[in-house]
Design a protein around this ligand. Structure first.
Ligand SMILES: [Zn+2]
Length: 273
């Protein structure tokens, strides 16, 4: 017998979760999501119809750990704590769950499909979601993963400067600047799940496309999960090219500042740096 799922008669929500699953598969294939590494959330409030809003909780009321005033009545899909991306790729509601934020904006409850507890990074992901709503960004997805080449670069002080690292990555191929025009912001090492890390990430995401956590991984946001993945992928590709040149025994020359400026002009990109 088929298990009851919230996705029955909700094809749009099903499609969104299918996209999340597709991204989770890429993360695993790329070697960015070992074991239960990485986590993600997706704002699905737009799909919360009356029946969904009336669904009873299948968990106790749980604390977020923060009060996030823009999340009142919002619904999120969250990867489950301890769950694997490669399992999420096959069945998103067996490796994650759907939660409802309660009216106090400080607690939530799980409503479907199973009482799978969300990622331990939930407070930092929801703080990003709160910020994305507050700014009217239209962004719905948050993604934390472990892209190998970017994390490797973050092990050298030489690359821990956001401006310097961004300039190197932009100069690898023309598309990097075009698709990640705000670049990458580096956050100094902090304990995973710490308030310090969450606050620093929030500060950085205002100014950069992707945030790189020193010796750990990245955080990206997007209108959907694929966009958050693409931002990360574009910047990591540039890091991989830089690394490949190093493996050939030389430092990549990089596009000239004039060539980078030309891309900026042609694509009408903000002259931020
Ligand atoms: Zn991590």
């Amino acid at each position: 017998m088929l298990m009851e799922t919230i996705l029955i008669d909700r094809p749009e929500l099903e499609q969104e979760l299918y996209n999340v699953a597709e991204v989770a598969g890429y993360l695993w294939e790329k070697g960015w999501a070992e074991r239960n590494g990485g986590n993600l959330t997706l704002n699905i409030t737009e799909y919360a119809d009356e029946q969904m809003r009336a669904l009873p909780a299948i968990s106790p009321v749980l604390p977020i750990g923060k009060t996030l005033s823009n999340l009142k009545g919002c619904y999120f899909y969250c990867k489950g704590t301890g769950k694997r991306m490669r399992d999420l790729a096959v069945a998103p509601l067996c490796a994650g769950s759907i939660i409802r934020i309660l009216d106090d904006c400080a607690t939530y409850e799980i409503i479907a499909d199973e009482p799978i507890l969300p990622t331990s990074e939930l407070p930092s992901h929801l703080a990003l979601q709160d910020y994305m709503i507050a700014t009217g960004s239209g962004y719905k997805a948050t993604l934390h993963t472990h892209p190998i080449e970017l994390v490797a670069l973050s092990h050298s002080k030489e690359y821990l400067d956001s401006e310097r690292l961004t300039k190197i990555l932009w100069s690898m191929i023309p598309e990097t600047l075009a698709f990640a025009p705000l670049g990458i912001g580096v956050v100094p090492y902090a304990l995973p799940s710490s308030v310090e890390l969450a606050d620093a990430t929030l500060e950085m995401i205002e100014h950069y496309d992707v945030v790189l956590w020193e010796k750990h991984g990245t955080v990206a946001v997007g209108k959907d999960m694929m966009e958050a993945f693409d931002q990360t992928d574009v910047l990591n590709k540039a890091a991989a090219i830089y690394m490949t040149a190093k493996n050939f025994g030389f430092t990549a020359e990089g596009m000239t500042p004039e060539a980078v400026q030309e891309i900026r002009t042609v694509f009408n990109l903000p002259n931020k740096r």
